[in-house]
Ligand binder design. Structure first.
Ligand code: MN
Length: 375
């Protein structure tokens, strides 16, 4: 039997409305469509005849119709690729589904809400699966397929492997093992999983190709799968235009806003390469700053915002105080420091470290605190 090659994706979440992005939200929606296009392009360029979409292609059935038209345009444009879709909980095959309301191009196949199987004769592949009918689904009952080994047998399925109490179709590993499939292309979990085996059946979550928030960090993409003579090879292909990243950056030693900004930029360049400015960052600034330098977090944010696509800042720096000097002040903090210093003198063992920490935290509390600008 010749080999079968396909791209496995899921959870593209086109139309996802990310409130935290403000004026960038609609741009991100278009970028997610562009990422879907690049996956189709990848298939065409690499002569991959099949793309499996394991649900949540759309963030909901009610997204902007222009995004839906664009996606259906991509289906038509990449006519050398067959697209097989099994609906997920975000885009169930209910009466408002674009897959029931748009004219389906000939190369698009939608698995029904019952156990379904379609035979792609030119690829000698049977594609099994079952679309979500509504937002919630009970446990998956199994494929009940009569597997004949004279074709490739692949399943496309949205659901949750680990949680048997899930409202989003629990899939028991035993059902995968019993299925006899060559591969089960899963959707729902947005993190790419390694390809695992249950009995003779391989299965994996492709993860989402474009992170839609700071709970979907780092590189995102799809799985390219090739089966030749019963041997399965998988390859993770990165597709995301931008990554969501959390960073803690030590800016100790900075004494001006410009120095803070350049320390941050240097860190990002070193860690994320020349394209660092494309990503979305949540940055926590840490380290010790001289007591006479007050970090103007909004100036730092303004500077970084002009250099990065998207950034949020949190200030967790501490000030380096001259305790002996402050203890001489006739102020509330002077009295606080004096008392703490004498307690530290009298303490021993690990109590000294605790008291030093309390002194530093206490003094920093006299300064203003700025948290992530979440609003
Ligand atoms: Mn999803």
């Amino acid at each position: 039997m010749p080999s079968l090659k396909f791209l496995h994706t899921a959870d593209v979440h086109i139309g996802s409305a990310n409130g935290y992005l403000g004026h960038l939200a609609s741009r991100r929606q278009r970028e997610t469509v562009a990422t879907f296009r690049r996956m189709a392009q990848h298939c065409e360029t690499n002569s991959i005849p099949l793309m499996l979409i394991a649900g949540d292609l759309f963030d909901s059935n009610k997204i902007d119709t222009s995004l839906v038209s664009e996606v259906f345009g991509i289906f038509s444009e990449y006519s050398s690729v067959k697209f097989v879709f099994a609906a997920g909980n975000h885009d169930p095959l209910s009466s408002d589904s674009p897959f029931l309301n748009e004219k389906l191009p000939e190369n698009v196949f939608v698995l029904s809400t019952d156990n379904d199987c379609l035979f792609l004769e030119d690829l000698n592949a049977k594609i099994y699966g079952r679309s979500f009918k509504s937002v919630f689904e009970g446990a998956f009952e199994g494929f009940n397929a009569n597997i004949a080994k004279d074709s490739f047998n692949i399943a496309v399925l949205h659901g949750e492997l680990m949680n048997s109490a899930s409202d989003y179709r629990f899939i028991d590993i035993a059902k995968i093992e019993a299925s006899g499939m060559d591969y089960v292309a899963l959707g729902h979990v947005h993190l790419t999983s390694p390809v695992k085996k249950a009995g003779n059946t391989a299965y994996a979550y492709s993860g989402c190709p474009e992170g839609q928030g700071f709970d979907e960090l780092g590189e995102k993409g799809a799985l390219e799968i090739q089966i030749t003579d019963g041997v399965l090879k998988s390859k993770f292909i990165p597709f995301a235009i931008r990554q969501h990243l959390l960073c803690r950056i030590d800016i100790s030693g900075a004494v001006t806003t410009e120095m803070v900004i350049s320390k941050v930029i240097r860190h990002l360049k070193e860690n994320y390469g020349e394209d660092f400015s494309n990503n979305l960052y949540k940055i926590e600034l840490i380290g010790k700053l001289p007591a006479d330098f007050t970090l103007q977090i909004h100036s730092v944010l303004a500077g970084l915002s002009s250099l990065l696509f998207f950034v949020k800042l949190k200030n967790s720096t501490e000030k380096e105080f001259n305790y002996a000097l402050i203890a001489k002040e006739h102020t509330l903090r002077g009295i606080f420091v004096k008392k703490m210093l004498s307690r530290i003198d009298a303490a021993n063992g690990h109590e000294v470290e605790l008291l030093k920490k309390a002194l530093s935290l206490g003094l920093n509390a006299f300064e203003s605190e700025v948290d992530y600008d979440e609003n």
